[in-house]
Design a protein around this ligand. Structure first.
Ligand code: NAP
Length: 503
């Protein structure tokens, strides 16, 4: 049996490599594909079946330090930050076209290591690449200003200059888009970068960097290090005076840790952290639109999305009808391995995530919530599959209500008035996204302004776009990604006072 498992694992690894030459086994520093200095590696698994699909260097702060030096040298000595904006834009465009050309291979790698259905993975490649395209365009529009001076003999000139070396730390739930959303902006601004992808999904990240190498970025401009020991590397990024900025997407806990640890150097931080999104359906809502939105918002990537709806608030009149409609749809969702055609729900990413979802549902059950669909592991499919679940009457002290579940669970609370639901929705220390459904125009403007979140979906749940500013308030983060605001995270504003001018 053991022999059989290991044979199958090797077969899977072999298969993925034969599907794509983009599967890498080394990291990339200063233009070279390298092993870890300690020669250690760690394995990457397919969460659907536990098969090993790759192994990558298990790097430590020594390697990270080497990457920081390479990025610093490239920033100071290569022409990157001094290149014309048009030249940087052209390289980003080349990267964009290569990603587009290799989209199917990237999607296969992503689906294999993250478990997400292949259609979703393909969608993420398109979405993620939109940031490369957008920032290739924005690179040419990072404009300074000339501000009217209060005196006749002066000019006030405002320059935007690249920050320097930026460390980009990304999660596993969007293995590509979370990288390009940062890297596109940083490179457009003229920064050099070190990418630290999640331990669960390094292969998509390495494949992206392989394509960046083919695009012809100068050595040291883009570096990537892989590891399953993130904390010491995070500490090095926080403490190193050569790292001028850290852009992090991940949990609020790690975000706070990075914030604390980089406070000595007053480092520039961009933090995209966890959410606890309310999804409010008012009596006036178009229920068909609301149910469709609930499905895409909650079950995309098996609920492992930072802007996924976490608390569903249904107004009294439509409460039962909405649940009936949703239940019918949820029970037809196709669950399985991401590579199988038609699959809509894959596995959870790892055992920790699986146990968390299971524990949250059990906690709600113990607190007398009503499980009306699912609510159990699907052991027949594998170790990490959990049934799409609907739970009503979720009490406000349940973990499902107070914390981000990051799984395929719809937690429902009934409400009577607008005022009551706004208070409940805002009663959270997170403020990433929020959604509501209403056909009442007065209510639409009122509620959109009152929700304490960085992003609001009105009669819409798929709100992310390269053109729109992505980010949260409260403990959901600081800074914005995407849109022209995304560039601001990677530039310093310098004021130049031209004095004693004689006109
Ligand atoms: P995580 O545990 O915080 O990990 C995120 C990244 O940080 C991974 O690369 C991880 O490496 C690394 N990391 C962990 N500890 C670190 C440390 N001490 N120093 C430096 N890096 C460290 O989060 P996750 O579980 O992967 O992702 C899920 C969370 O991300 C959710 O809360 C979700 O809401 C949030 N998220 C937010 C957004 C947004 O845009 N706001 C988008 C996506 C996800 P390892 O993988 O090796 O642990």
């Amino acid at each position: 049996m053991l022999y059989c498992k290991s044979f199958c694992q090797k077969l899977n690894l072999h298969r993925l490599r034969s599907i794509s030459s983009l599967v890498q086994t080394k990291a990339f520093i200063d233009g070279n594909w390298v092993k870890a200095q300690n020669n250690e590696e760690f394995e990457v698994f397919n969460p659907a079946n536990g098969a090993v699909i790759g192994s990558v260097p298990n790097m430590d702060p020594k390697d990270a330090n080497q990457a920081v030096h390479a990025a610093k040298k490239a920033f100071e000595l290569s022409e990157w930050s001094k290149m014309t904006a048009k030249e940087r834009s052209s390289l980003l465009k080349k990267w964009y076209y290569l990603i587009e050309k290799n989209a199917d291979e990237l999607a296969s790698i992503m689906s294999a290591e993250s478990g997400k259905p292949i259609n979703e993975a393909r969608g993420e490649v398109t979405y993620g690449n939109a940031f490369v395209e957008w920032f290739a365009e924005e690179a040419r529009r990072i404009c300074g200003e000339v501000v009217p001076s209060p005196t006749k003999d002066r000019e006030i000139i405002v320059l935007k200059q690249p920050l320097g070396v930026a460390a980009l730390i990304t999660p596993w739930n969007f293995p590509m888009a979370m990288i390009t959303r940062k890297a596109g902006a940083a490179l457009a601004a003229g920064c050099t970068i070190i990418i630290k992808p999640a331990e669960d999904t390094p292969l998509t990240a390495l494949a992206l960097v392989k394509l960046a190498e083919q695009a012809g970025f100068p050595n040291g401009v883009i570096n990537i290090i892989t590891t399953n020991k993130a904390a010491p590397i995070g500490e090095l990024f926080c403490k190193s005076p050569d790292v001028k900025g850290i852009s992090f997407t991940g949990s609020t806990e790690v975000g706070k840790w990075l914030f604390r640890n980089s406070s000595d150097g007053i480092k520039r931080l961009s933090l995209e952290l966890g959410g606890n999104a309310p999804f409010i359906v008012f009596n006036s809502a178009n229920l068909e639109i609301a149910v469709n939105a609930a499905l895409s918002c909650k079950f995309r990537n098996c609920g492992q999305t930072c802007i996924s709806a976490n608390r569903f608030f249904l107004q009294e009149e439509i409460h039962d009808k909405f649940i009936n409609l949703l239940k019918q749809r949820v029970e037809t969702l196709k669950i399985g391995e991401g590579s199988e055609p038609g699959v809509q729900i894959g596995p959870l990413i790892n055992t920790m995530q699986f146990n968390k979802v299971n524990a949250f549902v059990e906690d709600a059950r113990l607190k007398n919530a009503n499980i009306i669909s699912g609510g159990k592991p699907l052991t027949n499919l594998g170790n990490l599959f959990y049934s799409p679940t609907i739970i009503t009457d979720v009490p406000v002290n349940a973990k499902l209500y107070t914390e981000e579940v990051f799984g395929p669970v719809v937690s429902i609370v009934k409400f009577k008035t607008e005022e009551e639901v706004i208070n409940a929705a805002n009663n959270s220390n997170r403020g990433l996204a929020g959604y509501f459904f209403s056909e009442n125009i007065q209510q639409v403007f009122r509620v959109a302004k009152l929700l304490e979140v960085g992003m609001v979906g009105v009669n819409e749940a798929l709100i992310s776009a390269a053109e729109a500013p992505f980010g949260g308030v409260k403990e959901s983060g600081i800074g914005r990604e995407g849109c022209h605001h995304g560039i601001d995270e990677y530039v310093e504003i310098k004021y130049v006072c031209m004095g004693n001018l004689k006109y």
